[in-house]
Every structure is written in C-alpha cells, then in structure tokens.
Design a protein around this ligand. Sequence first.
Ligand code: HEC
Length: 84
Amino acid sequence: MIFLLIFAMSAMADEPEDKSAQIFSSYCVSCHGENLEIIPLQTESTTEQRVEIVNTGIKSMPPYNWMLQDGEAERLVKYMELIK
Ligand code: HEC
C-alpha cells in the first residue's frame, strides 16, 4: 500500500507539467464540454491567440491568468488542440 503510494507519487513527480486534464475537467468542461462539443476551438485562431484568451478571457469566459502557473495556459491550449 505504502509502496504503491510512493510509486504513484514519484510517477507524478516525473511529469509535473501535466495538470492540464485536471484543470480542464475542473474549470473548463462546464462550458466547453469534455470533447469540446459545446464551445469548440475556432479554426482560425492561432495557438498564441488561444493562450491569450485563456489568460484574459473572452465574452462570457473569465480570465484564468490569476490561477495558472507559468506555461500552464499554453499547456491547456495544447491539451485542447489534441482533444478529438
Ligand atoms: C463560462 C464559460 C466558459 C468557461 C468556464 C471557459 N470558457 Fe473558454 N470560452 C468560452 C467562450 C464563450 C469562448 C468564446 C467562443 C467564441 O469566440 O465564440 C471561449 C473561448 C476559449 C478559447 C479560444 C478558442 C479559440 O480557438 O479561439 C480557449 C482556448 C478557451 N476558451 C479555453 C478555456 C479554458 C482552458 C478554460 C478553463 C481554464 C475555459 N476556456 C473555460 C467560455 C468558457
């Protein structure tokens, strides 16, 4: 049991960057949908514009820069771009 816990913790430590799935399902799914079926990405937007939108918000979407760590907005966008 303890061994499993340590194993799980070190596995997480190896990938500190990927909280995207967790953040996405906690904060974004309610509007965008699990597979972006509710509010999809705009095909004409660039990754940079999307990162900017996550930081500053748009329309009914609030800004998230205050709660995201360095690089997290970009990882979230890349995560979304890989969905579906
Ligand atoms: C209250 C609802 C709401 C929540 C919560 C929300 N969004 Fe949005 N999001 C929107 C709306 C509305 C748009 C604008 C869609 C449009 O332009 O038609 C948008 C646009 C975006 C875009 C730009 C898409 C593009 O291709 O231009 C990204 C990226 C995005 N959201 C990511 C996120 C992430 C990441 C989260 C969670 C941290 C999140 N959103 C949470 C409503 C929401």
